[in-house]
Design a binder for this molecule. Structure first.
Ligand SMILES: *Cc1c(COP(=O)(O)O)cnc(C)c1O
Length: 499
């Protein structure tokens, strides 16, 4: 039988790569520091056909259209991870007011959108490892959502050990508990003294450290990362946009705008690829928090981080300066030569700018706006007053949608909701509970949640309950409680994998 091998493009070179999807998944960095990506995406000839499929079958059609050739059983097994989601719809589309919908991407095991990709991704990687008869050590650094999703995905995978590095004290209680209570033997969690930047730079240093890599290899493991630039993660972030089209089509709505709360631009890139595949998305609207680098880029064409400092916000998963997936967008618009020049400028000068004509081209599809922390709290409160509770990341998108409505946009808008509100109980309680700041500070996540539930009851006479799997977290034994000095992680990791 003819076995078709299709190769991925790379963002900084016109040379055809010899890397398949699986190879790029295992080793995500392309030549010259670039990224692997899809090129020449062909639209579906009859996209409506997909609207009659279930979620897993929709994913398979999308993979096939993108020329991703995977063993059928492997892909089936990966996609079966969606059976563990709490909603049968995987990502339900909820109508919150006229012309305004929310796509809820947080019904996976760790209550944030990272599960949409990391659940199937981890199963796929485990299958590949088994087939190769190899063992992998997966490293990740997290500000709070990627870590739990990575650990949950790889728990009990036979050929994988997974490690997650996080800033101790820098996450919400629930995010911490989702990591520290993980009891699968193949997982380890390192809470470090320091912030997310230190967690990330520690991870990067380990990946570059030849002695570390050699020691990992001689212990029988290959090193890999589950970070958000991995093309496999992007591939699993396309199908949920098809749910929107499928559901709206039933209501005779044939095109729509999406509003995406963005950080590393992976979610929004999924929307862009969905549009290239022919999905009737008109505009992709990028919502930023006070770290407004993406909004600056999409409104001025200038990407300038020379004088920017990272600000800690109520939506920490969007606190970012270098938004990695912008590189793939530049490639899709302007090709490899131009992308390499722009990225080299960013690497050396912390700055790049595109021409006016290039910007106008991008603005045919993209809009962007940023919101302050105060506005973010206001958005949560406003939505709560209307009877729908959102988390602070989603609030940025909610505010953008409301703003566009005020500007007389009558197009159907879909807010992409990236986390369950319980994961960010402190900000949500601040917005919805009548408590002074001292009281608020003294409460833990469990107490904050019960205050939020009371507020909902008082305001809307509605009995909302928090899922038992969240409440159980507070009763589980915390296993990974030690605080580590980031400098010592290398030896701790090596001695753990030798066990
Ligand atoms: C990761 C994350 C985001 C940002 O997604 P990107 O793909 O990095 O743009 C937004 N909200 C939440 C809750 C997240 O976990």
């Amino acid at each position: 039988m003819h076995n078709k091998q299709s190769f991925l493009a790379q963002t900084r070179s016109k040379e055809v790569t010899n890397k398949t999807f699986i190879q790029a998944m295992l080793d995500p960095n392309a030549d010259f520091g670039g990224l692997y990506t899809f090129d020449n995406i062909a639209p579906f000839k009859d996209i409506k056909k997909l609207y009659s499929l279930n979620y897993a079958d929709m994913c398979k059609e999308i993979f096939s259209q993108l020329d991703i050739n995977l063993d059928k059983d492997m892909l089936d097994y990966a996609l079966q991870s969606y059976n563990n989601f709490r909603s049968q719809d995987i990502a339900p589309l909820v109508n919150i007011e006229s012309n305004l919908y929310v796509l809820e991407l947080y019904h996976g095991p760790t209550y944030a959108f990272k599960d949409m990709a990391l659940q199937p991704f981890s199963r796929l990687l485990d299958s590949i490892a088994k087939k190769q008869n190899k063992k992998y050590l997966i490293l990740s650094a997290t500000s709070g959502d990627t870590g739990p999703a990575t650990l949950s995905g790889f728990a009990n995978s036979s050929n994988i050990k997974a490690i997650c590095i996080y800033p101790k004290g820098g996450t919400s209680d629930i995010q911490r508990l989702q990591m520290t209570t993980q009891d699968a033997k193949n997982l380890n969690v390192f809470g470090i003294d320091g912030d997310f930047d230190l967690a990330q730079s520690t991870l990067k240093a380990l990946l570059k450290d030849k002695d570390f890599r050699d020691s990992v290899n001689s212990s029988g493991y290959a090193l890999s990362v589950a970070n958000s630039v991995n093309i496999a993660r992007i591939a699993f972030q396309i199908a949920y946009y098809f749910i929107i089209a499928k559901e709206l089509y039933k209501q005779n709505i044939y095109n729509f705008d999406v509003i995406v709360p963005s950080g590393n631009f992976g979610n929004a890139l999924g929307a862009f690829f969905a549009k290239q595949l022919g999905l009737p998305i008109t505009k992709i609207c990028i919502a930023s928090n006070p770290n407004d680098i993406l909004t600056q880029f999409f409104t001025t064409g200038i990407y300038d981080i020379k004088s920017k400092k990272l600000k800690l916000s109520y939506s920490p998963a969007m606190d970012i300066l270098k938004s990695s997936n912008i590189e793939r967008l530049l490639f899709a618009y302007f090709g490899a030569d131009r992308t390499r020049d722009l990225m080299q400028s960013l690497d050396t000068n912390n700055y790049f700018s595109i021409t006016n004509n290039e910007l106008l081209e991008i603005q045919k599809i993209f809009e962007a706006k940023s919101f302050s922390d105060n506005e973010c709290i206001g958005g949560i409160r406003d939505s709560f007053n209307n009877g729908y509770v959102i988390d602070p990341h989603t609030s940025n998108a909610y505010l953008f949608a409301k703003y566009r409505k005020q500007c007389d946009i009558t197009q159907t808008q879909v807010i992409i909701s990236t986390a369950h509100f319980a994961k960010f109980a402190r900000a949500v309680c601040k917005a919805t509970c009548d408590l002074d700041s001292k009281t608020l500070e003294s409460l833990n996540d469990k107490e904050l949640l019960s205050n939020i539930i009371s507020s909902i009851k008082n305001k809307h006479s509605k009995e909302l309950s928090i899922d038992s799997s969240i409440l159980e977290l507070f009763t589980k034994q915390e296993i990974h409680t030690k605080r580590y000095d980031a400098n010592t992680l290398k030896e701790h990791i090596l001695s753990w994998i030798r066990l």
